[in-house]
Structure formats: C-alpha cells, structure tokens
Design a protein around this ligand. Structure first.
Ligand code: SAM
Length: 235
C-alpha cells in the first residue's frame, strides 16, 4: 500500500479538500482488519479517488462509490478510465435516503464528508449503522475542532459561517455516536498528518484551497484537527 503511487491524484481535478487519500491510508494503516472483504460503502466519495484506493489496496470485493454533489456518470467514466469497472459501482444518492439493504456492507468508509450529514440527531442509528453487517466496521475521517468552545470563535465563524456548526471535537463525536447506538465500540484519535494533508490541498492551487490557507495562516491551524473514528459493531 504505497501512498506515493497515488501522487497523480493530488490535484484539483480529484481532491475536494485536504488530501483524502492520505487520510484514508492512515485510517486503514491503523485498522488493517477493518476491510476484510465483502462490500464496502464509500460514503461521500466525491470524485471517487478514495473508492479507487479501496478497490486496489484492500480486499474489498466491490466498492459502492456513493456521492451527492458528484454525479454517478462522471464517477463511472473515471472507474472505466482506471480499469476498475469490475469493482467500482458509482451511485448518486443522499446519505438520508441510501438505496441499500440493511446488513449489506462489511465496511463503511467516509472521508471528509460525514460531518455534512452525520451531526444530525438519529441519522447514525437509523440510516447508517443498519447498513452494516454483523461484525462490520466503519472508518471515518472528518475535519473537526480541538475543543467544542472553538466552534464559536470569531475566526471559525468567519471561515465556515453556518457550517461551523458541523465541526466538533473527537470527544463530541464519540458521545454523539455512542449515545444513539448500542453494541458498538469506538476508537477516536486525531490524524497524525494534519499539516501534510492541508499542505497537499493548498498545493493544488484550487481557489477554495487558497482561501482555506489564508485562514489557516491567520490562526485556524491552532483550532482545527482531523477527527479519525473507528467504529466496530459487535457480532
Ligand atoms: C469535501 S467533499 C469530499 C469528497 C471526498 N470524500 C474527498 O475527500 O475527496 C464532501 C463530499 O460529501 C458529499 N456529501 C455531502 N452531503 C452529502 C449527503 N447528504 N449525502 C451524500 N454525500 C454527501 C458531497 O457530495 C461531497 O462530495
């Protein structure tokens, strides 16, 4: 699993934020048994680069590359150009109304996307967890804050506006998910590659990346973190 062989994807054509491939690599490195095979849901997959990584670097049988803002046709075209059409299944869907059977997935992965819908009360227990097979795992990486008090900091508000409400601390996420669901165990940590994944995003030259860089340099760096969660469902 050599992350550097994916360097061609560290561009504004593929990345939609801090380097999702490196975040996924970190999640999998820390939980090598989380994707033992079977069907994998890549929820909020964007342009599908994380789905490509899952298809090529793990034992996943099929990867369901599911996204709302990016249409299934463009992800299908990319899957074909990567010669992964036998493994990647692009789906256009909203996390609130996912078109999958309960217990279908051995693993669910979401990189830099779960906070957009997952803060919502009850969504995890009613829409996400039921899709997981007994004994399955969920790996999540999302931008967050070191401390809940930082959500209302003026700089955070200026940068994220209403979306500041989607940023939470690792402890908040653990409490949020465990309060809804029984029979799960969660390991939470902060990404060890915070600086690097943001630097890769800035290096794409994307106009949003340039805006993010200005805020990070003004002090946002001291407030933000990348929350990494490993959720295991008991059998
Ligand atoms: C910042 S992008 C990250 C994309 C990709 N995971 C990556 O890291 O490159 C956030 C993604 O979350 C997806 N998303 C946001 N709300 C969603 C929802 N309600 N259902 C499904 N996907 C959603 C968007 O479509 C978008 O592609």
């Amino acid at each position: 699993m050599n992350i550097n062989s994916y360097k061609a994807f560290f561009t504004k054509e593929y990345l939609m934020g801090p380097n999702s491939l490196k975040l996924l690599h970190e999640l999998i490195t820390n939980a090598p048994d989380a994707i033992p095979g079977g069907y994998v849901l890549d929820l909020g997959c964007g342009t599908g680069v994380t789905s490509l990584f899952l298809a090529k670097e793990t034992r996943a049988e099929k990867v369901f590359a599911t996204d709302l803002w990016v249409d299934a046709t463009s992800n299908w075209q990319r899957a074909q150009s990567w010669e992964q059409q036998h493994k990647l299944i692009p789906i256009h869907a909203d996390a609130h109304t996912l078109p999958f059977a309960n217990g279908f997935f051995q693993s669910i992965v979401s990189v830099d996307a779960y906070h957009y819908f997952g803060c919502e009360e009850g969504l995890f227990a009613s829409k996400i967890l039921p899709l997981l097979a007994p004994g399955g795992s969920i790996l999540l990486a999302m931008p967050g804050i070191r401390d809940e008090a930082m959500q209302s900091a003026p700089l955070m508000q200026e940068w994220a506006g209403e979306e500041a409400a989607l940023f939470h601390s690792p402890a908040w996420w653990v409490q949020h998910l465990t309060s809804e669901a029984e029979g799960i165990a969660i390991k939470a940590y902060e990404s060890a590659h915070f600086q690097e994944v943001w630097e890769d995003w800035f290096a794409t030259g994307h106009e949003y990346a340039m805006n993010d860089k200005a805020f990070i340099d003004r002090g946002l760096r001291d407030m933000l973190t990348f929350v990494m969660l490993e959720v295991r469902m008991s059998r």
